[in-house]
Design a protein around this ligand. Structure first.
Ligand code: ATP
Length: 518
């Protein structure tokens, strides 16, 4: 991460804590690694993101319904889903620094360094040849580049095979062959590679009566799969149809850094779309497009999103891609879209002995549907909104204090508070008038009342938590029943009759205003 971006990220994290968005979990005990609590403003922002997703998926698609399944599930669920056997990361320790790494990530980084060498050769040649440089010709004929490329391809192939076969010795050999040194100690004194299952487990029942090992779900999807027929039958759903869910998931991540990007307890918003076998690719494309539209409608900047196709497919998928977002640490996965075939339902049928088939009344045939899944991390979405909203600015407008401000330009419908109600002074009946206005607005808009400090300071505090509108009640209000409305982003102030406030602000702050754009 470049220094400037690194600093920006640090500032975002510090801001999130200072203004009640995110606190380290159990901070008085020095926190718990990769676990976070959402504060008073964070909880509101998070709820608004959930609402935006839930409304889009379930209300705007008549063939999608939502459920709320339990976190604990019968342990066989995770046998059937493949998580007990295959939800592993290979880990390796450096004996000198005692630091732990994901072996596959170390190898990928090592291969990336080889690729950088190719780029260096290209850059050098481009300088040497000037205008007449033909990149394609150079990379396909230059002996040194060809040599590097051959190595890159060979290492990639070995990595792919080793991951497929869970060949841990080969992974270690790759680390040796790539001459990878620990970034901390600089040494190549590595332990063996071990397989590490990411699922947390606990016990249900008392110890005395043979307690059962159960898992904290590592994804919400399985709660949908096991309820597939319950929902289909009770909801009289016809294929194609979807089931959506928002809920907690738990993964014992080996390396959990980067704030709320990679947590051990996090929240997912997932939707499984059940389709006729053979039609999955068409629905996969459909959902790729729909989900991208959902993201872009928020207005965080179209250039901040891109698709990234998976080369190494998960054990259950026949096509998969990510929607990546330009986070402060670069483009990273925000949402996954996976064509999961009939893998899950077929296995649940096998392990449970219960039919998991859909009866098609039109063709009089039964079949196990295929599934296209959209899966987005709520916390990552939160980070995307927060990081892109965070701005350090100079204030140049008359009537404002001047100087610097930190402002969160959160899309108004997602902002924790929509309106700050601010009597100019704490006397002359202004607080009473302000309270009356607030009473009228607070059923439709989340309001925040404040009468302490100068108006400039109060504006700054609202900027820092992303409140899109500040209403100021002054002496003129008592005479003509108008107030000034200050816009967080443009800093423009406008006088508006009190009785026009509700209509004006509700539309600008409603989630529907974004949904209508999709
Ligand atoms: P990654 O490659 O980053 O580990 P993944 O491919 O394992 O992610 P999925 O299993 O596809 O992730 O999960 C779907 C979504 O859940 C991801 O797109 C991400 O937004 C979110 N997610 C996954 N793991 C975490 C985590 N540890 N913390 C926060 N969000 C997560």
């Amino acid at each position: 991460m470049a220094n400037q971006e690194d600093n920006l990220f640090k500032n975002v994290i510090a801001h999130a804590k200072e203004y009640g968005f995110i606190f380290p979990s159990s901070e008085i005990y020095d926190g718990l690694s990769a676990v976070y609590d959402y504060g008073q403003n964070g909880a509101e922002l998070k709820n608004n993101i959930k609402e935006y997703w839930w409304k889009f998926m379930t209300m705007l698609h008549e063939n999608i319904v939502g459920i709320d399944a339990a976190i604990f599930m019968h342990p066989t669920t995770w046998k059937a889903s493949g998580h007990v056997d295959a939800f592993n990361d290979p880990l390796i320790d450096n004996k000198d620094s005692k630091k732990r790494y994901r072996a596959d990530t170390l190898i990928e980084d090592g291969i990336a360094r080889l690729e950088e060498k190719i780029e260096k050769e290209v850059e050098k040649a481009a300088k040497r040849f000037g205008e007449s440089f033909d990149r394609q010709m150079f990379v396909t004929t230059n002996p040194r580049v060809l040599e590097y490329q051959k190595k890159v391809d060979a290492f990639n192939e070995r990595l792919k095979l080793a991951m497929e076969k869970s060949d841990l010795d080969e992974l270690r050999q790759l680390i040796m062959d790539l001459e990878i040194a620990d970034p901390v100690s600089g040494s190549r004194n590595w332990t063996d590679v071990r397989q590490f299952n990411l699922m947390f487990s606990t016990e249900m029942g008392s110890l005395a009566e043979d307690a059962n090992k159960i898992y904290l779900r590592p994804e919400t999807a399985q709660g949908i799969f096991v309820n597939f027929l319950n929902v289909q039958k009770t909801g009289r759903m016809k294929i194609p149809f979807g089931i959506a869910q928002i809920g907690k998931a738990f993964r014992n991540e080996i390396i959990a850094r980067q704030f709320i990007f990679r947590m051990r307890e996090f929240e997912q918003m997932e939707m499984q779309f059940f389709v006729k076998p053979g039609e999955e690719m068409q629905w996969y494309e459909f959902w790729k497009e729909k989900r991208m539209k959902w993201h872009k409608a928020l207005g965080l900047g179209d250039a901040n999103y891109r698709f990234h196709d998976h080369l190494n497919l998960a054990h259950y998928a026949n096509a998969a891609c990510d929607i990546q977002f330009n986070f402060p640490m670069g483009f990273k996965e925000l949402e996954g879209i996976h064509s999961r075939t009939d893998f899950d339902l077929k296995n649940h049928e096998k392990y449970s002995g219960k039919k998991m088939q859909y009866f098609d009344p039109e063709t009089n045939q039964s079949y196990i549907p295929y599934v296209v899944e959209t899966s987005i991390g709520l916390d990552r979405m939160f980070l995307a909104v927060l990081a892109s909203a965070y701005k350090e600015e100079k204030v140049t407008r008359d009537g404002e204090d001047g100087g610097d401000r930190v402002v969160l330009k959160i899309p108004a419908p997602l902002a924790p508070n929509k309106v700050a109600v601010l009597p100019l002074v704490k006397k002359d009946g202004l607080p009473e008038k302000a309270q009356m206005i607030m009473t009228n607005l607070k059923f439709d808009l989340r309001c925040y009342y404040e009468d302490k400090d100068t108006i400039g300071r109060r504006y700054r505090r609202q900027d820092a938590i992303g409140t899109p509108f500040c209403i100021t009640i002054d002496h003129q209000t008592l005479q003509d029943d108008t107030v000034t409305v200050r816009d967080r982003d443009t800093l423009q102030q406008e006088r508006i009759p009190v009785n026009a406030l509700k209509a004006r602000l509700t539309e600008a702050c409603s989630i529907n205003s974004i949904l209508r754009k999709i």
